[in-house]
Design a protein around this ligand. Structure first.
Ligand code: ZN
Length: 361
């Protein structure tokens, strides 16, 4: 069984760096990048958190542009309702872990980029290993909890990151340069209460909104990665767009000296205990359960589990590194790290009980 392994490099091509000059000729001719900027892009290492609409568009663009190393992380699998806006996936990839499907698509595009897919739930512990050695983090998440965690982690580690969010036809982009410009908590000091914001489930989302927000996010990423150093000014542009109305606005933001994160240095989301409780996934009648093991290094013995389930008369399917089965009218999708998605259930306690019964503690 192949875990979408750390260190895997499915789309790497072994040519020497200067052998890519022809491929990237038009990019290097763009004066603000130049040959030196392009060379910096090819040495850069970027983590994209989330591989859905925004994360997939980011991974696609960064790979096309020749970023040296691309670490991608996502906990989900490809669903048919993703296909209208998640540009890396095809019909043939339904049911696969998103990062595995993404790595396959990026490998087919080719180029120098080394892609490292990670099928996991991004928590504080995962961020430490995913973010090791990266120059920049690109936000492709779909939830505020992960964004506040990411902001704490990036500010604490002094790693720049670029927030982006999209819903309906509109979206926001903000680059965060820790120690210089504002952070996410300077803009939104506390996460909005659950259920108070529009989501892609309630308000929908359309492809051109994803593409415009992603274009602004990736243009900023290229600007920062290709530069010898980040801009020195202390303000940063918050960009707001609405593709339906054809509106783009840019608002200069300064740091808030009272900011609990970049002002006071309190990393409340990073310091909170890692989230191991069951999580109901937004609008999907699906619950995510983490393995109880204290260490992520403890891997599930999928072969033994499949044999055990088979002996109990349960039909088990495999898709990539996933195991799938149905029991008690609930559909289980099990990842190699022991995490499971349970579809057809909303009750968190019952979901935990079913996990313990069918997969084990
Ligand atoms: Zn701040």
């Amino acid at each position: 069984m192949s875990r979408p392994a750390e260190g895997a490099a499915p789309s790497s091509d072994a040519r020497a760096p200067d052998a890519w000059a022809k491929r990237f000729d038009r990019q290097a001719r763009f004066a603000p990048l130049g040959a030196a900027g392009q060379a910096r892009l090819q040495r850069a290492s970027v983590l994209v958190v989330g591989c859905g609409a925004l994360g997939g568009a980011a991974a696609h663009a960064l790979a096309r542009c020749g970023i040296g190393r691309l670490v991608i992380a996502d906990r989900d699998v490809v669903e048919e309702s993703n296909l209208p806006r998640q540009v890396l996936f095809t019909n043939a990839q339904l049911g696969l872990p998103k990062v595995e499907a993404a790595a396959a698509t990026l490998a087919a595009i080719g180029g120098p980029t080394r892609v490292e897919p990670n099928a996991l739930h991004v928590d504080a512990r995962a961020l430490e290993s995913l973010g090791a050695g990266v120059d920049l983090v690109v936000d492709g998440t779909d939830n505020l909890a992960t964004r506040y965690l990411l902001n704490d982690w990036a500010v604490a580690r002094r790693i720049p990151w670029i927030y982006a969010g999209v819903v309906g036809a509109s979206g926001l982009v903000l680059g965060v340069r820790p120690g210089r410009g504002p952070c996410l908590r300077c803009l939104f000091p506390t996460p909005a209460p659950a259920g108070s914001l529009e989501t892609c489930e309630s308000a929908g989302v359309i492809l051109p909104a994803v593409e415009l927000v992603s274009a602004l996010q990736i243009a900023l990423a290229l600007r920062w990665l290709a530069a010898e150093q980040l801009p020195a000014e202390t303000s940063e542009a918050l960009q707001r767009v609405d593709v339906w109305r054809g509106e783009c606005a840019s608002l200069a933001l300064e740091r808030d000296p009272q900011c609990p994160c970049c002002g006071a240095g309190r990393y409340e989301f990073l310091d909170a205990a890692p989230e191991r409780a069951p999580v109901a996934l937004c609008g999907r009648n699906t619950v995510q359960i983490q393995a109880r093991a204290a260490s992520g290094a403890q891997r599930l013995d999928t072969a033994a589990l499949a044999a055990r389930l088979g002996a109990a008369g349960v039909r088990v399917e495999r898709a990539g590194s996933l195991l799938r089965f149905e029991a008690e009218a609930v559909r289980f999708t099990l990842f190699p790290d022991g995490r499971a998605l349970l579809e057809g259930i909303a009750d968190l306690d019952r979901a935990r009980a079913l996990y313990d019964r069918w997969i084990g503690r």
